[in-house]
Design a protein around this ligand. Structure first.
Ligand SMILES: [Zn+2]
Length: 249
C-alpha cells in the first residue's frame, strides 16, 4: 500500500552500507520507522530528506506495517540549527520528546506543527532556548491529552494569589490554603500561571507569542520540564545532552 505523507525525520540511524532507518513523525501516521534505501550514497536524490530535522513530502510503500521510502521532496531542512550546539541539542531533545508522545498510527498534524514551529523558533532565535523548551513541553503535554489547569484554584475556584502551587501529578493548580503540603508541587507566580494558559490554549501558531520576565523564566522552565517528565514516565538522553550544552560558555 502506498502512502503520501508530510513528515519530519526525528532520528536517523545507519543501516547496512548505504541505507538508513529513519524515525519519522508523519501527519497522518504518527511516529513510524522508515527504511530509506541507498540514501547514504552521494548519488541518492533523497540525501537531504533523509537527515534529522528534514521536513519533506514523502511517498512510502507499506507492507506488513513496514515502511520504505520510495520518493521524497524536501520542504525545509532546518540546517542552520546545526551551527549552534545549544540550539542543536534543544532540537534533538524536542525530537526525542515528540517521538515519545506521538502514537503510531494516529493522526498527528498538531504535534507535527508544534515541532515545526519550535524548530523554526530555534533556527531564527524567536525566543530564548529556555522559553522555547518550556513552551514546547507544556504544549506537547496539552496536545496529548494532559492539559494543565492554571486559571484558578482547582479546589475552591478562587483566583490565584501571589504564589500558588502547581500539582505535577494532576496538572492542576491549588491556592496556598487548598494545597496539601508541598510534596509533588511546584510554586508558580501569577505571571507563570498566565504564561502556561497562553502556551496551552492559544492558537498553535501563536503559542510562543507571549512575554515573560527573565525572573519568572526559571520557574516556568522548572514546572514545564517536571510536568513533562512526570507525564512521560521516563528520562531523555537528549535532555541531559541539552543541559550539558547549556552550561558551555
Ligand atoms: Zn483553593
Amino acid at each position: 500500500m502506498r502512502h503520501k505523507i508530510k513528515g519530519i525525520v526525528l532520528r536517523e540511524a545507519p543501516k547496512g552500507e548505504t541505507s538508513k532507518l529513519l524515525t519519522v513523525l508523519a501527519s497522518d501516521l504518527g511516529v513510524i520507522t522508515v527504511n530509506a534505501k541507498g540514501v547514504r550514497k552521494l548519488s541518492s536524490p533523497y540525501i537531504k530528506s533523509a537527515q534529522q530535522f528534514a521536513f519533506s513530502d514523502m511517498l512510502l510503500y507499506e507492507k506488513n506495517g513496514f515502511y520504505t521510502l520510495t520518493e521524497a521532496s524536501l520542504i525545509a531542512d532546518f540546517y542552520p540549527i546545526r551551527e549552534d550546539i545549544k540550539g542543536y541539542s534543544l532540537a534533538c531533545y524536542l525530537c526525542e520528546a515528540a517521538s515519545a508522545f506521538a502514537v503510531p498510527g494516529e493522526e498527528s498534524t498538531n504535534l507535527l506543527r508544534l515541532l515545526l514551529n519550535s524548530l523554526y523558533a530555534i533556527e531564527n532565535k524567536i525566543s530564548s532556548n529556555t522559553v522555547i523548551k518550556s513552551a514546547f513541553e507544556l504544549r506537547l503535554c496539552a496536545e496529548c491529552g494532559f492539559m494543565p489547569e492554571t486559571e484558578c484554584c482547582f479546589v475552591c475556584g478562587d483566583e490565584l494569589g501571589s504564589v500558588s502551587m502547581f500539582n505535577l501529578s494532576e496538572g492542576v493548580t491549588h491556592c496556598k490554603s487548598c494545597a496539601s503540603g508541598s510534596l509533588g508541587y511546584v510554586q508558580i507566580t501569577p505571571a507563570v500561571a498566565k504564561a502556561v494558559t497562553h502556551i496551552t490554549q492559544s492558537e498553535l501558531s501563536r503559542f510562543l507569542s507571549f512575554r515573560i520576565a527573565e525572573s519568572d523564566q526559571a520557574m516556568l522552565s522548572d514546572a514545564a520540564e517536571r510536568y513533562l517528565l512526570m507525564r512521560a514516565e521516563r528520562g531523555f538522553k537528549t535532555l541531559s545532552f541539552y543541559k550539558h550544552c547549556e552550561e558551555l560558555p
